[in-house]
Design a protein around this ligand. Structure first.
Ligand code: SF4
Length: 648
């Protein structure tokens, strides 16, 4: 029996328990494609496990399954971490490794390493079948083969129960592969020749399944829904299945294609949100990126959606060749002037492997970061400062925040425990039936051997909660140990009432993190200094005069008064980055406070609670669609099974 394990690593996040959108749909399609091959057992590392483990725990989870073959789906946000994981699992011989996904392009050297035995270009199903049924096929090292026939007539893999739609209350439905457009910044149009559409019967069966199970949200993965033949018939069918609007549908569409009839059908089907790429209104930039756009028809289409209660989410790109700061500002004004600013996403141009822009980067004057996510640094129209000015302008004009700081969660207390952080134990969560540490307490100088053991059981991300009196060389040693085991995992260092202000520069130099980290590129426009955007420092103090608010630093007031704060009290601390509420009130009183203030207050103030269960309740109340409830089921005690297995 050949044991195959399929793995897809998530986008790194800075809040534990946040939804990651890391649905291994590609893996499920592969599993489906080989379901009738004898002598093959395919397992998908569950989304609810793989998305929340730090590097070392992830490597162990893969090794524990003793696979013969491991297949990884690689994107710009996970390729470097995936290569690190491969290095670890290959260290002692290890399984054969296959890479597939959008990062596998002919011009990308990153995956061409000895750890990767085979690279799949484009669709994977047909190549995967051959790898598992023709042993000699491995010798090719890489391959590309159309899977059009398999895709067209395949049922959604959700129906076989291989994915976990309940984890994020989300189902992804692949309706089409290939794209007829040829945008210069995009690789999708090159990943397969021609278009192929999933059969309507299978799509409707999948929608019926989602409606019956009240999945919540269904995302039709389609680069441009409007290109589908007989789209109106499909929409009418979905509308009949979803007549009671039990599910909300999302997708992507060209706004110019939306007429009154199509808009009516989309609303009747249950669509509530569409991603619409405008990218720019600058004619020169549109021409260079090969994306002709009729702006008058674009506005009409987007407004037709709005009139029916469907949010058009408009995408703009900063740093396009042919554009400049003035041109970008005009694009922002265009969106605002036409009342389309409800939801706007602004991305810096990524010069992705395999794209026309990558091929022509020299000719187009694009200077970009060679590391993922390949963000453009400057071009002929934009200096580095222009990117910052562009974001500033867009935030002011659209009244949006594009780089919010992570949510505040400095809780430490769980269950019936009492007292401050100096008395607390590690906080653990259960993932895939085993315990992992999400909040590691350094409230005393624990042995470094113990820290080393715990470092292999951490979540992604994780927190080091540092009690008063712990610091100096010990803290640096501990930081070095946890980051050496987990060089790609973001972390937060929370310092409770330290005797002196933390020397973050020294602590950062002790951390053995991958640099540049993906977040160094992704958060380039949040803070100027690279090398520390994966480590957040939070100081919690009753001394509001202390100042700790540099890059990736925040200061939180420790509210230890007898009563819960009122609105006017919260307003007093607006110059700080948040409040930790630690009062002798009963659970019922705190719940009543949370219900009274709710989302309105959470939008204005970063608030945390000392009790981890109440903190979880607050996060779910304040950001109901952003967190996965089950993942944050805190356990303060080591479970019997973990102890007996020596897991922790
Ligand atoms: S950006 Fe969208 S429309 Fe353009 S080529 Fe890519 S998938 Fe197609």
């Amino acid at each position: 029996m050949t044991r195959v394990l399929l793995v897809q690593l998530p986008i790194p996040r800075q809040n534990f328990g946040r939804k990651t959108g890391n649905v291994p749909l590609g893996a499920a399609c592969l599993k489906q494609a080989v379901r009738n091959l004898s002598g093959v057992a395919v397992e998908i590392l569950p989304e609810s496990v793989v998305s929340y483990l730090a590097d070392a725990a992830l490597v162990e989870a893969i090794r524990d399954r003793r696979p013969d073959v491991v297949g990884f789906t690689v994107f710009s946000w996970n390729i470097e971490r995936t290569l690190h994981v491969c290095e670890k699992i290959k260290a002692a011989g290890g399984p054969r490794i296959v890479f597939g996904g959008p990062e596998i392009t002919p011009d990308n050297a990153l995956p061409r390493t000895p750890q990767v035995d085979f690279r799949v270009h484009g669709e994977g199903e047909a190549v995967f079948r051959r790898l598992l049924s023709e042993p000699g096929f491995w010798a090719n090292g890489s391959a590309a083969e159309s899977a059009a026939d398999i895709f067209r007539s395949a049922p959604s893999p959700y129906l076989s129960g291989w994915l976990e739609p309940e984890a994020q209350r989300l189902m992804l439905l692949e309706t089409q592969r290939g794209c007829p457009y040829r945008c210069g910044f995009c690789y999708y149009n090159k990943s397969r020749a021609g278009l192929v559409f999933a059969e309507e019967e299978h799509l409707l069966r999948a929608v019926a399944w989602a409606v019956e199970r009240r999945i919540g949200e269904v995302y039709l993965l389609d680069p441009s829904l409007n290109t589908r033949p007989n789209l109106k018939r499909l929409l009418a069918g979905i509308g009949r299945l979803n007549a009671e609007k039990r599910i909300r549908l999302f997708s992507e569409i060209r706004a110019e294609a939306i007429d009154e009839t199509l808009a009516d059908l989309l609303a009747a089907a249950g669509f509530t949100w569409f991603e619409i790429g405008l990218q720019s209104t600058n004619p020169k930039a549109l021409k260079i990126m090969n994306r002709p756009t009729r702006l008058d028809r674009f506005v009409l289409g987007a407004q037709r959606l709005k009139q029916r209660g469907i949010t058009p989410s408009i995408d703009l790109i900063i740093g396009l060749p042919g554009d400049d700061l003035a041109g970008f500002k005009r694009s922002v004004d265009f969106v605002a002037d036409h009342g389309l600013q409800d939801d706007v996403q602004i991305f810096p141009l990524a010069v992705l492997p395999g794209t026309d822009f990558r091929k022509r980067s020299r000719e187009l004057g694009l200077r970009f970061d060679p590391h993922p996510p390949y963000t453009v640094i400057e071009n002929r129209g934009f200096s580095h400062e222009d990117f910052l000015r562009a974001y500033d302008y867009a935030e002011t004009r659209l009244d949006l925040v594009f780089f919010p700081l992570p949510d505040l969660d400095v809780s430490w207390r769980a269950g019936d425990a009492e007292g401050g952080p100096e008395k607390a134990s590690d906080l653990r969560v259960r993932l895939g039936g085993r315990q992992f540490v999400a909040k590691l307490m350094l409230n005393r100088e624990r042995s470094l051997e113990e820290i080393r053991r715990l470092a292999r059981r951490l979540t992604q991300p994780y927190q080091l909660l540092i009690g008063p009196g712990v610091g100096g060389a010990y803290l640096k040693n501990a930081l070095k140990i946890v980051t050496t085991e987990n060089p790609f995992t973001p972390l937060e260092v929370v310092l409770f009432e330290p005797s002196e202000p933390p020397r973050t520069r020294e602590l950062l130099s002790a951390a053995h993190l991958q640099r540049p980290h993906f977040l160094d590129g992704d958060l380039r426009f949040l803070f100027a200094t690279p090398g520390n955007r994966a480590v957040l420092f939070t100081l919690v103090s009753t001394d509001r005069a202390a100042r700790f608010q540099g890059e990736m630093e925040r200061q939180v007031f420790w509210w230890q008064k007898p009563a819960l704060p009122e609105l006017r009290d919260l307003a007093e601390f607006e110059d700080l980055d948040g409040i930790l509420i630690d009062v002798p009130a009963s659970v019922q009183e705190i719940i009543a406070w949370q219900d009274r203030f709710g989302r309105d207050v959470a939008e204005k103030h970063h608030i945390s609670f000392a009790d981890a269960h109440l903190q979880r309740r607050w996060l779910l109340l304040a950001s109901p669609d952003e967190y996965v409830e089950n993942v944050m089921s805190w356990e303060a005690r080591i479970s019997d099974d973990a102890e007996s297995e020596g897991q922790l």
